[in-house]
Design a binder for this molecule. Structure first.
Ligand code: HEM
Length: 319
């Protein structure tokens, strides 16, 4: 990640991490999400729904969740000249590059293409002049005095980590709801909330299953000694299925207590985009599409794929 995308805040610790985390907070704070982004999320989602209104079928991954997620990220990053398809594609290119443990030169070259395209868009946004009320990641980092390298690395981090997860959560939750007519009825009657469904779904099928770590100091856990510099995977999805905290963890149960689940991680690197993601998914994407197409039904089988990033490949629907 550091080699291909530059060293972003997720690959820093202590004071170096805190400085950058503090710098991006004005973009992703609950207040900015509520007062700046949520209205933009709604307007962009309405346009996507208007485009679907003339149709009778769709794939909720490609035709809804992907552009909803891409449009939100365009606003948050400041890269509004990009298309949502381009946002999805550069995000995937960087994810593939970071997971390229075998060192395939083609994957690496494609990743560099994606980062070059993002860099060109960033330069374009900056050269247009940043307005005082611009709350994008680009603008707030520049105002906070972060270097050009820091600014660019953190925008790439937000793109590699902020596109797939909302996309996969939106499409996956819609599948889970459409499979359960009683749940849909309960949502309509307000007996269960979209927030409860979101929290339980992201526990059950975590959009990010794991994140790599390097052991920084000798550590002993549960009979295992970890030596300095050992590389490990921290398994969010396993924690979210821990029988000690969740009865029958493989069951999807929106009424359960999910307070012990960690789909957004935990500790200093807890997802900086968690409030934006909740607003986009819970307040905008789910209620808006289910209100627009109340008789929507599944139109084929749904398969999930991925381990580090997990989501439905396709969610075919008709209405
Ligand atoms: C459902 C949606 C999302 C999920 C499940 C999710 C999950 C996560 C997780 C598990 C981490 C921690 C990774 C680690 O500890 O190694 C993380 C970090 C992060 N996420 Fe998210 N994320 C989501 C949406 C977003 C969005 C929309 C953005 C940006 C707009 C974003 C930006 C970030 C950033 C910047 C970090 C790094 C924070 C730091 O290092 O301090 N995420 N996310």
């Amino acid at each position: 990640m550091t080699k291909l995308m530059g060293q972003n805040m997720m690959r820093k610790d202590g004071a170096a991490h805190q400085t950058e985390r503090k710098a991006i907070f004005p973009t992703l704070s609950p207040k900015t999400v509520q007062t700046v982004w949520e209205a933009q999320f709604k307007a962009a989602t309405q346009k996507i729904l208007d485009g679907l209104a003339t149709r009778r079928t769709a794939d909720l991954v490609k035709d809804f969740a992907m552009p909803v997620s891409g449009d939100a990220l365009k606003a948050i990053t400041g890269l509004t000249q990009m298309t949502s398809q381009e946002m999805d594609s550069v995000s995937q290119g960087m994810i593939d590059g970071c997971a390229n443990y075998a060192g395939d030169p083609e994957v690496e070259a494609r990743c560099y293409d994606c980062t070059a395209s993002i860099d060109a868009h960033i330069s374009n946004h900056i050269s247009g002049g940043l307005k005082d009320d611009d709350m994008s990641l680009i603008a707030v980092q520049q105002r906070a005095g972060l270097s050009d390298a820091q600014l660019r690395a953190n925008v790439k981090l937000a793109i590699s980590g902020g596109q797939n997860e909302p996309r996969d959560a939106i499409a996956g939750i819609l599948w889970a709801i459409l499979e359960r007519p009683k749940l849909q009825e309960a949502l309509r009657e307000g007996v269960v909330s979209y927030l409860q469904v979101f929290e339980e779904f992201t526990r059950w099928i975590s959009p990010i299953g794991m994140s790599p770590r390097r052991i920084a100091k000798p550590y002993h856990y549960n009979g295992v000694d970890f030596a300095i510099d050992t590389r490990i995977f921290l398994m969010f999805s396993s924690a979210n299925h821990d029988e000690k905290y969740f009865d029958d963890p493989n069951q999807f149960d929106p009424w359960r207590d999910t307070s012990k689940s960690i789909p957004f991680g935990a500790g200093p690197h807890f997802c900086a985009g968690a409030w934006a993601a909740r607003s986009l998914i819970v307040n905008v994407a789910l209620p808006m599409i289910l209100d627009a197409f109340p008789n929507m039904t599944l139109n084929g089988s749904v398969e999930f794929s991925g381990w580090a990033f997990r989501g439905p490949v396709e969610v075919p629907v008709t209405w």
